[in-house]
Design a protein around this ligand. Structure first.
Ligand SMILES: O=P(O)(O)OC[C@H]1O[C@H](OP(=O)(O)OP(=O)(O)O)[C@H](O)[C@@H]1O
Ligand SMILES: Nc1nc2[nH]cnc2c(=O)[nH]1
Length: 185
């Protein structure tokens, strides 16, 4: 069960947030990511794994830019669950059978502490992936447990929402990437 934000709180959070990346910035980042991923994966018939839920927007915008043979599936591992600080990774869907022998591309919205991506990559190799390539729309400027192969944009270590990233399960549809104000954090 997710808690609802009342419209006044929603509007107040939005009015206090700071835009760190515009839709134009993100379009340019997606174009760069697509070129890099095409150079790495065209001809390998990769299986793309969208990391639910945050990875949906970057996957939806990036896939039509990847003009080569690929297949799409999803993986679901979550450690924030609507909160602004992460906890234990909770596995909800791990397509182990589908991963065996495949060149995997993991697509997610953000690399923050890197714990989620690190554990997903380990899980893919445990499940017999031939190779694993990782791509994230945003990398936070902070130390991480792992790095991503392809990064869209680097942003400051603040709590972010928009383009798939949520604040209390809202704002995944925000048309830019915004930093939440300290008072709302
Ligand atoms: O690098 P980390 O510190 O591990 O954090 C990154 C993860 O956090 C978010 O997922 P979350 O657990 O919030 O689930 P969500 O995708 O449903 O928002 C995001 O989508 C990444 O998967
Ligand atoms: N929405 C959101 N999810 C995250 N997961 C890890 N860091 C973040 C963040 O800054 N914003």
């Amino acid at each position: 069960m997710t808690q609802k934000l009342n419209p006044e709180t929603y509007a107040a959070v939005a009015s206090r947030a700071e835009c760190l990346a515009t839709a134009a910035d993100i379009d340019a980042a997606l174009d760069r990511m697509a070129a890099d991923l095409t150079a790495r994966l065209a001809g390998q018939d990769p299986l793309v794994l969208c990391v639910m839920t945050g990875g949906t927007v970057v996957s939806g915008l990036l896939l039509p830019r990847l003009n080569f043979q690929l297949r799409l599936d999803y993986i679901h591992a979550s450690r924030y669950q609507g909160a602004t600080r992460g906890g234990e990774l909770d596995w909800r869907h791990r397509p182990s059978e589908a991963i065996r022998g495949e060149h995997i591309l993991v697509l997610d919205d953000i690399l923050d502490e890197g714990i989620t991506l690190d554990q997903i990559v380990r899980a893919c190799y445990e499940d017999g992936a031939a190779s694993v390539t990782t791509a994230v729309l945003v990398e936070k400027e902070r130390p991480h447990a792992c790095t991503a192969d392809v990064v869209g944009i680097c942003l400051p270590d603040r709590y972010l929402y928009g383009y798939g990233l949520d604040y209390k399960n809202y704002f995944r549809n925000a048309p830019g990437i915004y930093a939440v104000a300290e008072v709302d954090y």
